[in-house]
Design a protein around this ligand. Structure first.
Ligand SMILES: [Fe+2]
Length: 374
């Protein structure tokens, strides 16, 4: 059955049930959206450089693009990599899912508004980060003479699979004035509170954002959490010194780690003996996604400079945080948590690290931290 919305624009579809209810319940509305968009879908979780990733046509977004969605039915979030051609622009759109953007290359401007409000406009460039307020209309413009490329990490998969209706997600008049009241300079304010938390809707240059001591994950790291546009999803930025690596840990799937600076690699595995180990090398512009619940992962700075990454987390989707300070991924396995302390890790981990450092002529500083732990 064709709905009024389908008749009007041929792109946004409402849903009516023609067959058995069981068919409707079992349909994967997110997969259907991908097919409906006709967009290239990439099913992997490690990328050396998103800036050179091969994209397909995505005219509605202003040029080319791809959806990154690993083969995991429980993944709450996904990533849209978009390239707007020079002088190009996206079609205005709004949606009932959260999207946070990091600009990988180029420059441009965006217009954001709720129906009946004066649009707020702001400019961005490589390194900028911003969040689209929930269900606000927005349009991106490339104002430079080179293609502009960004990654937007979204909560679309979980929302679409929950509501099972594209019309509800993409053509819903609901406004969220507590998140975005149309105030001037909405995309200019930034304030820090509660030690490591930045409350901001726009970051001009995330690779330079001030970070603060974060000892829980080991090896002299610094970190900040970002509260943007009143979203439930809260990205974080972490940086670790030359010659160091983080402690291995696990948590739920869906963390998208975009590398803002430095050179290194991540190890991902699920088996106790690490026989299914995957080593993912990265540099500025790279990305690693934590693909499932059982994935233990560990990040290594093997280059000659500090390394910084932006972690887009999938959020709690309305669930209250668990006990233990909110995050078992910071708690040692010995205390019932999901983190492997340095002294408990497989010796293979340090061997791989030393071999990688030798390739880049960098020196390990881990002896300081390994010693402290024992
Ligand atoms: Fe992690």
């Amino acid at each position: 059955m064709t709905t009024q919305a389908q008749k009007q624009d041929g792109m946004i579809h409402g849903e009516q049930v023609d067959g058995p209810m069981e068919d409707y319940i079992n349909r994967d509305f997110y997969e259907e959206w991908q097919q409906c968009e006709g967009v290239k879908v990439i099913r992997d979780f490690a990328f050396e450089d998103l800036r050179t990733l091969e994209l397909g046509p995505w005219a509605r977004k202003g040029g080319r693009g791809a959806v990154i969605n690993i083969p995991n039915d429980v993944l709450k979030n996904d990533a849209h990599v978009i390239e707007i051609s020079s002088g190009g622009k996206s079609e205005p759109e709004r949606h009932l899912y959260e999207e946070t953007v990091y600009v990988l290359s180029g420059r441009g401007a965006s217009k954001v508004w709720y129906e009946g409000q004066e649009p707020e406009t702001f400019e961005w460039q490589a390194g900028s980060m911003f969040a689209i307020p929930l269900n606000a209309w927005y349009q991106h413009f490339n104002t430079g003479n080179q293609p502009a490329r960004y990654i937007g990490v979204t909560t679309l998969p979980s929302l679409l699979r929950f509501f099972k209706d594209r019309e509800f997600i993409f053509n819903n008049p609901c406004k969220f004035p507590a998140r975005f009241g149309g105030e001037a300079e909405y995309f200019a304010k930034a304030k820090r509170y509660n030690r490591r938390v930045w409350e901001t809707n726009f970051i001009p240059n995330a690779p330079d954002l001030g970070l603060f001591a974060y000892s829980e994950r080991g090896a002299g790291g610094i970190n900040a959490v970002l509260e943007m546009a009143g979203n439930s999803t809260r990205p974080a930025i972490s940086e670790f010194p030359v010659g160091t690596y983080k402690k291995a840990h696990k948590h739920g799937p869906g963390a998208h780690l975009v590398i803002l600076s430095g050179t290194g690699f991540s190890l991902l595995w699920t088996k106790e003996d690490m026989s299914d180990l995957r080593k993912c090398e990265w540099r500025e512009g790279g990305m690693v996604i934590v693909p499932n619940d059982d994935c233990i992962h560990q990040h290594f700075n093997s280059g000659p400079t500090r390394a910084r990454y932006l972690a887009f987390h999938p959020g709690h989707m309305g669930m209250r945080k668990p006990k233990h300070g909110g995050n078992l991924s910071n708690v040692s396995k010995k205390k019932g948590g999901w983190q492997i302390e340095y002294e408990d890790q497989n010796p293979l981990v340090n061997e791989i690290f030393e071999a990688e450092l030798a390739k880049h002529g960098a020196q390990s500083r881990m002896h300081e931290y390994l010693k402290k732990e024992t």
